[in-house]
Design a protein around this ligand. Sequence first.
Ligand code: AMP
Ligand code: GLY
Length: 424
Amino acid sequence: MNILLVGSGGREHALAWKIAASPLVTRLVTAPGNPGMAALAELRDVSVTDVEGLVALAKEIAADLVVIGPESSVAAGLADALELAKIPCFGPSAGAGQLESSKAFTKAFADRYGLPTAAYRVCETADEARAALELFSAPYVIKADGLAAGKGVTVAHDRGEAEAAIDDAFGGRFGAAGARVVVEEFLEGEIGSLFALCDGETSMLFGWAQDHKRAFDGEQGPNTGGMGTYSPAPVFTPELVEQVRTRLVEPAFAGIAADGSPYRGVLFVELMATKTGPKLVEFNVRFGDPECQVLMLRLESDLVPYLEACAKGTLKDMPPPVWREEPAVCVVLAAKGYPGTPASGGEILGLDQDLGDGVVVFHAGTKQGPDGVLRAAGGRVLNVCARGRDLQTARDRAYAGIDRIDFADGFCRRDIGWRALALS
Ligand code: AMP
Ligand code: GLY
């Protein structure tokens, strides 16, 4: 098979690593890809939102399948354009993609189809949002409506912080994404990320993991796109998984099909495990980043037949995926300043040595100049991942790998997986 993989982050590097290992693949092309993916795939410099350019590239390489990594390609309508061109695609239509691209859409969708979620108000102006605070009590949850790379959410501990977040959003901090704001009820519980595949009709659970969204150790600092993940995560008891499947996953796929946009691809359910069962925090219409990295390390089955089955409507013929027993951990090395303005261009040395048993490094935001030196080019720069016989071993391996990498402008959290380790 010829496969075109769209994206350039750690998630796509992990997907490329797993796809390239499939005996079904003859040619793997990524657009635009990243320096870490160069050993696995041909890199082509087409942007993830250049729908016309991507369709042309898919035609040029006679792609049997296009795999969409990022939400921005979904929102740009890549799957819709590929459908018109009759090219099989793993990734939902822009219509279905509204489940991620607008929080207001998702809240209304959840109400319409009875999905449990936090109470909320959608606000068009800062005055409306300030008034909405009256309906809730601290801590307040303020969300930019649109796509903000995981940074558009503020959990404010008091009124002043909440009002500042509202002013920030309406003041343009998130661009058009903050032109509307959702104020919602604070949910108490533990957060989890669950993934499900769908081919428009049949759905299938496809793993779960836990992410650390805050920038600093001890769950301190601002929200980020994710600073590290581990899988399996003890919060996902068999009972919780079953509740998520019946209360969130299946009604979501049925609802979006009933709305006229049958879902083809992976749905990422971010949920809060509350005392009264799982509640939806948000949907994403793609694999999580860095959740995907630990899933790919644990996935024993060939990934490609699952991607193809979603694109072609044959998921009912597929067995459930097989996962390795060994836990996996992913630690994000970010550039100092992230999730604000990250230091750009910092040198990264030491990746060409052996980083230890079971360690795999994915590039998330790097570039290689004409001098051959690898440099930081983004907020989240590297994902250092490892498997081990238990979570402690996997984590120790990942941190030993990190300690061998020389990236003076970088930082990472040192406590990834603490919740699970505290229980063991
Ligand atoms: P999101 O971008 O929606 O994933 O939100 C980022 C983070 O904010 C989540 O991972 C949660 O930790 C937190 N969060 C979002 N919504 C709520 C809520 N309603 N109650 C409590 N925490 C929330
Ligand atoms: N790690 C969370 C996300 O991908 O949005």
